[in-house]
Design a protein around this ligand. Structure first.
Ligand code: ADP
Ligand code: MG
Length: 331
């Protein structure tokens, strides 16, 4: 859906020069909730603003549905941009307009008559759960409601993609979860692709199917979250599923286990105990709900039963791997 080729963006000149994007090539598939995650200053906002060309990249190309946005005339670009909705951390609503007036605003810009744009705005307000607030002013609303208005306004023009820059960062955890649920619903019910910019891994875990990690103007990694979380060497995987490791004594063998489904992983450990006559004790562990799946990482020590020889590590690794448990021996 969105594709960038070697995007570079520099601000300023001479000693003031900042290279915010240093060659970003990224593919955002249609129908995804796609996260772009990174520390403050990594270049996330610059990247999202380059996607709809609110910011002109210094070099590189941006494609939307295989049409090169960076090659369009101003008029053509304006037309294409109607397919892109945007929502912001601080909502950017018009205080002088009612909720209905805010949601209808983009349709007004397109010259749609009053009756039709208000009918459409009411329809969208129903979807975001604010039908009864249509005639209030934004100042009367809570932060969560304001963001619902922001989402409704972005949806009014029937976009194919929503760009969200820290859309939940100004909200408390509970409200943030409700807004993320609404974005997922919009994605599932209307097939709107959602690009979520955030510094918060919890936002990525609960809302996204795929993500890219941005650091210092570069893409470090990108992919499906469940794949990345299962990969112990993945930087994004470790951020999604952090594990504070335990020390390994000289006479111990520890394994690092990663499971896509914690229930399945526990069952595999029980079978291991029975079939190979070996017990494992958990020394460190982490379970996170990622893309609606309980993914876990555990550091376990192998324990021999009394009066039996210690099990061969190789046999245990083979057994667990066969059971679908990603297994590494910790040095
Ligand atoms: N308009 C601008 N003028 C100068 N520097 C900017 C401008 N916008 C962003 N930057 C710089 O570009 C870098 C990336 O910023 P930004 O994209 O806002 O990061 P993020 O959204 O990940 O926090 C930062 O060093 C920031 O100071
Ligand atoms: Mg930002």
């Amino acid at each position: 859906m969105f594709r960038t080729e070697e995007l570079v963006k520099t601000f300023g000149d001479g000693p003031e020069r900042v290279e915010a994007l240093k060659g970003i090539s990224l593919d955002i598939p249609e129908g995804e909730v796609f996260g772009i995650v990174g520390h403050s200053g990594a270049g996330k906002s610059t990247l999202i603003r380059c996607l709809n060309l609110l910011e002109r990249p210094t070099s590189g190309r941006v494609f939307l549905d295989e049409v090169e946005l960076t090659g369009l005339s101003a008029g053509e670009l304006r037309r294409r941009r109607q397919r892109i909705g945007m929502i912001f951390q601080h909502f950017h609503l018009f205080e002088s307009r009612t909720v209905l007036g805010n949601v209808a605003f983009p349709l007004e810009l397109r010259g749609i008559d009053r009756a039709r744009r208000e009918a459409r705005a009411r329809e969208i307000l129903e979807i975001v759960g604010l039908a009864d607030r249509a005639h209030e002013h934004p100042s009367r609303l809570s932060g969560g409601m304001k963001q619902r208005v922001g989402i409704a306004r972005a949806l009014a023009g029937s976009p194919r993609v929503l760009l969200c820059d820290e859309a939940t960062s100004a909200l408390d955890t509970r409200t943030s979860q409700q807004i993320l649920a609404l974005l997922r619903e919009v994605n599932e019910a209307f097939g709107v692709t959602v690009v979520l910019i955030t510094h918060d891994m919890e936002v990525v875990r609960s809302a996204c199917g795929s993500a890219a990690l941005l650091a210092d103007g570069r893409i470090v990694e990108s992919g499906r979250l469940t794949d990345l979380a299962l990969e112990p060497a993945s930087a994004l995987g470790r951020l999604l599923l952090p594990l504070r490791g335990a020390p390994v004594a000289a006479d111990e063998t520890h394994l690092l286990l990663t499971v896509a489904d914690v229930a399945h992983g526990s069952a595999a450990l029980s079978r291991l105990a029975r079939d190979l006559d070996v017990d494992v004790t958990i020394r460190a562990g982490s379970i996170e709900r990622i893309s609606a799946q309980d993914v876990g990482r555990f550091q376990v020590a192998l324990e021999a039963r009394p009066d039996r020889a210690a099990p061969a590590t190789d046999a245990v690794v083979r057994y667990l791997t066969d059971q679908g448990v990603r297994t590494e021996v910790l040095a």
